[in-house]
Design a protein around this ligand. Structure first.
Ligand SMILES: [Zn+2]
Length: 304
């Protein structure tokens, strides 16, 4: 699939600037979307791109230059960093931004303009994944579900949205009914799911918000113009797959590979591992719901 080309920097609204973190790849697609939010001299940054160890320093430097240029043009500093989840392509850049390591344009000056005492916010991970965070100071504030985070010109409601990761946060920009979906919903291609039952609840919670979601600004890929339609599409897609798997097992017990062959006909072999993982999370959900039994001694799954 050809990905939509994204500009390095895009002003998405009077309150939101998207800066591409210059880390394209198999996982991050075009790169991680980071967002500068607010209208005043102190702004909030959502996500930070990759660790310099994972990315070339030239790419990290370019990302920092782009951020610096935008902040400079607005005469603004970052005083809050909000991380949607712990994955390295979202949290890896924190340390470098806090320390402004890549000040190569104008030595002696902070390349990334960060306020003193910048706050770094994130939900706690539920399975100890925080130990793997690629920055030493950890985060300074633990997010709470439904918490309001204010920055001049923007009001953000924090939503706890697990499923892709146990610490996943989404944000609702109240003034524009825009959802920052992190990796729960992507601009294109499909999201990777760790726990499908939580993920389905997360998708439904987006639909249950007081005001319908208009646009979605995702963690990767282009803006989703009709957010509510995309959320429903994601739910329907997963439910269809689940029905397909259940139907396939109704004809008799099957191995993971046999289910894959039935459910993903004509699959590109490069995508096989991803597809197997996908079926596994569906089966895990069905096992937890006592719809399917896993017979570990012969690697078979069968309907209860
Ligand atoms: Zn992720």
């Amino acid at each position: 699939m050809t990905l939509t080309a994204l500009e390095d920097v895009t002003r998405l609204s009077s309150r939101v600037i998207r800066v591409l973190a210059q880390n394209p790849g198999v996982g991050p697609l075009q790169g991680t979307n980071t967002y500068v939010i607010g209208t005043g001299s102190r702004r909030l940054l959502v996500d930070t791109g990759d660790n310099p160890d994972q990315n070339t320093s030239a790419n990290v430097k370019k990302y920092h230059e782009l951020l610096q240029k935008e902040l400079g043009a607005c005469n603004a500093k970052i005083d809050k960093i909000l991380l949607t989840h712990w994955h390295p392509d979202h949290t890896g850049g924190v340390e470098a931004i806090l320390q402004s390591k890549h000040d190569l344009v104008c030595p002696g000056r902070n390349l990334i303009t960060v306020s003193a005492g910048v706050e770094v916010m994130k939900f706690n991970c539920r399975r100890g994944e925080d130990e793997q965070l690629p920055f030493t100071n950890k985060y300074t504030s633990t997010l709470q579900d439904k918490q309001t985070v204010l920055t001049e010109g923007a009001t953000l409601t924090v939503l706890y949205t697990p499923g892709h990761a146990t610490d996943h946060a989404s944000l609702l920009l109240e003034e524009e009914s825009v959802l920052f979906s992190g990796d729960c919903i992507l601009g294109e291609t499909s999201a990777i799911v760790e726990d499908l039952a939580s993920y389905m609840q997360t998708l439904q919670s987006y639909l249950d918000l007081d005001k319908p979601v208009k646009k979605i600004f995702p963690g990767h890929g282009p803006v989703v113009e009709d957010g509510a339609a995309k959320i429903k599409e994601y739910i329907n897609h997963r439910m269809k797959r689940e029905h397909h798997i259940v139907d396939c097992l109704k004809t008799g017990p099957k191995t993971l590979e046999e289910i894959l062959e039935t459910v993903y006909v004509g699959l590109d072999q490069k995508l096989k591992l991803l597809a197997l993982k996908n079926i596994e999370v569906h089966l895990q959900k069905l096992v937890n719901e006592h719809v399917v039994i896993s017979e570990s001694d012969n690697n078979l799954y069968r309907i209860v």
